[in-house]
Design a binder for this molecule. Structure first.
Ligand SMILES: Nc1ncnc2c1ncn2[C@@H]1O[C@H](COP(=O)(O)OP(=O)(O)OP(=O)(O)O)[C@@H](O)[C@H]1O
Length: 287
């Protein structure tokens, strides 16, 4: 048995535990006021590649297309979503559950940072507590109607990914990487974990792929040649796109105005794939 067993065998990732009581993982129910249609995980094999930024941009783009959108910030110990959207009001709750924070354009957000009296307080929680927090964000939040819920995962392939894959009805994941030599191995780990958990990999966003010079208009590969196209092909990832290094990202994130950024259609190929996967899920459910 794991040293800090949560006794929730259905959503535990420890294999070979002699104390296991449930035959396999069972998906958690949502709060009875919630109707979440599709769940999309945003994953990076490594920290600092811009996963939270990509989560925020995907949510904004989906929202601009007229969908009802939420973000579950599963990066429990390093949450950055409220900051990028400029949400500062603490969470409230009533008899129907916890009420998520809301961005200026109406995206609903659940994050540990909205529970802290001060944004700079650390969240030094152990794995089982983190996993329980994610389950509560899912099942005790009054999400209302949500077409697409994006889950911003912590970096790496930690037990949090297992918790999310096992407890939430994930339609698929989007992986995020940045150009560097290790990219294939890093993306590969995330993709292989998703495959092991029977979760579809919908797309790869290679962030910080180039810097476009304002003066000459030329694209410079500051961190090396983008390798995402080749990696996407190797792992059969159906949609691939790049995002530039853009000082506007950092500025808008710092100002809490990420929704103001115009991605100029660069994420369309990924959004289309997410929509397609959602439609497939709905058709399957209707059968
Ligand atoms: N393409 C980009 N151009 C400029 N700045 C960027 C770009 N992508 C990300 N950043 C900046 O880099 C920082 C890290 O980004 P972000 O928090 O999205 O990374 P992350 O992968 O989620 O990090 P972590 O692994 O810590 O969760 C942020 O300040 C963000 O504004």
């Amino acid at each position: 048995m794991a040293e800090e067993c949560s006794h929730e065998c259905g959503s535990c990732g420890v294999s070979g535990c002699g104390e296991r009581t449930a035959a396999g993982p069972t998906k958690l129910e949502t709060n009875n006021r919630s109707n979440v249609k599709h769940v999309i995980g945003v994953v990076s094999g490594k920290g600092g590649v811009g996963k939270s930024l990509v989560t925020s941009l995907l949510a904004s783009e989906m929202n601009k297309r007229g969908n009802k959108v939420g973000i579950l910030d599963a990066d429990i110990t390093g949450p950055s979503i409220p900051k990028t959207f400029g949400i500062t009001n603490p969470l409230t709750a009533d008899a129907d559950g916890i009420l998520p924070g809301q961005t200026q354009t109406g995206i609903k957000v659940m994050s540990t940072n909205l529970m802290l009296p001060k944004g700079d307080l650390p969240v030094a929680w152990r794995g089982p507590v983190v996993s329980n927090a994610i389950r509560q964000f899912w099942s005790e939040t009054n999400w209302g109607d949500i077409d697409y819920l994006f889950v911003d995962m912590p970096p790496g392939t930690s037990d949090v990914l297992l918790t999310v894959f096992q407890s939430l009805p994930v339609d698929g994941i989007v992986t995020v990487s940045a150009p560097q030599e290790l990219v294939a191995m890093i993306v590969g780990k995330a993709v292989n974990l998703a495959h092991d958990m029977d979760v579809e990999v919908l797309g790869l966003v290679e962030n910080m792929a180039y810097f476009k010079c304002d003066d000459c208009g030329k694209e410079h590969h500051i961190f090396g040649e983008p390798q995402g196209a080749e990696v996407a092909e190797r792992y059969n990832i159906p949609a691939y796109t790049t995002l530039p290094i853009d000082p506007k990202f950092a500025r808008l994130c710092d100002e809490g105005k990420v929704e103001d950024y115009d991605v100029k259609g660069k994420l369309d190929v990924i959004i289309d794939k997410i929509v397609e996967a959602g439609e497939k899920q709905e058709e399957k459910a209707a059968e």
